[in-house]
Ligand binder design. Structure first.
Ligand code: NAP
Length: 240
């Protein structure tokens, strides 16, 4: 039986671990071909080997890059089009979190969050848009956060970057509607990854929970536009 993303081509940033790895695994399992982007060559290659051993050889191609590097997005798009001739889905997932009161937050931490969480999705979206607009087909999925819909103490920089990402997603959605392109922001609550250096709560979402949400969004019929999807863990009654 064909997968739900059979022969679709996707670029997934931040594919070396956590949510991006889980999205890559689910996409490949559903028949997609994925270019996985991150800085950690070893982790990307290990994922490619693992998927190849599971019978998906050649359907996951690692691309070692810093998403913030000038030209990285355009180069990845060019190579993906050379390899597979199309790009159906871009998942802007790479992200970093630094949590401290505004009084103490390092300028470098602020800059990194703005660069990875906000500027990179702009650059990578801009890089795929000419192709998607010409084809009048494509879906850009931003992995935002509930931090893009609310604020919390120690989260000023992270929340600001994700609120900015929500504004980028909302604006882009309106701009590309005439081209029949879709833009979705997926906003997870706490997820069990190594993100931001804080240990996740045991009832947090698993990376594969977010990956399945992203699959639903990506595999939805073309007539369906999700817009913003918030996905939270069910907090046990005794922890509320
Ligand atoms: P993670 O386990 O720390 O993974 C982050 C990924 O981003 C890694 O693959 C990392 O790869 C990549 N990355 C970071 N900086 C990069 C850069 N400059 N260039 C290329 N890749 C870069 O975190 P995660 O939890 O999976 O987070 C993924 C996304 O989900 C983020 O956007 C995050 O804001 C969002 N999110 C997370 C949670 C949570 O609780 N975990 C909740 C809501 C939303 P390399 O280090 O190999 O480059």
């Amino acid at each position: 039986m064909p997968g739900r993303l059979q022969d679709k081509v996707a670029i997934v940033t931040g594919a070396s671990r956590g949510i991006g790895e889980a999205i890559s695994r689910v996409f490949v399992a559903e028949g997609a071909r994925v270019v996985g982007v991150a800085r950690s060559a070893g982790a990307l290659e290990a994922l490619a080997r693992d998927l190849a051993a599971a019978g998906a050889g050649g359907r996951f191609v690692p691309r070692v890059a810093d998403v913030t590097s000038p030209g990285a997005a355009k180069e990845a798009v060019r190579e993906t089009l050379e390899r597979w001739g199309r790009i159906d889905i871009l998942v802007n997932n790479a992200g970093v979190g630094h949590f401290a009161p505004v009084a103490d937050l390092a300028e470098a931490a602020w800059d990194e969050m703005m660069a990875v969480n906000l500027k990179a999705p702009f650059l990578w979206s801009q890089a795929v848009l000419p192709h998607m607009m010409e084809r009048r087909d494509g879906h850009i999925i931003m992995i935002s956060s509930v931090a893009g819909t609310t604020t919390f103490v120690n989260g000023a920089g992270y929340c600001a970057s994700k609120w900015g990402l929500m504004a980028l997603a909302d604006t882009l959605r309106q701009e590309v509607r005439p081209y029949e392109l879709r833009v979705t922001a997926v906003c997870p609550g706490s997820v069990q990854t190594h993100f931001g250096g804080t240990p996740p709560r045991d009832y947090s979402l698993r990376p594969e929970d977010v990956a399945h949400t992203v699959l639903e969004v990506a595999a939805a019929p073309r007539r369906v536009v999700y817009g913003t999807v918030i996905v939270r863990p069910l907090v046990p009654a005794d922890r509320q």
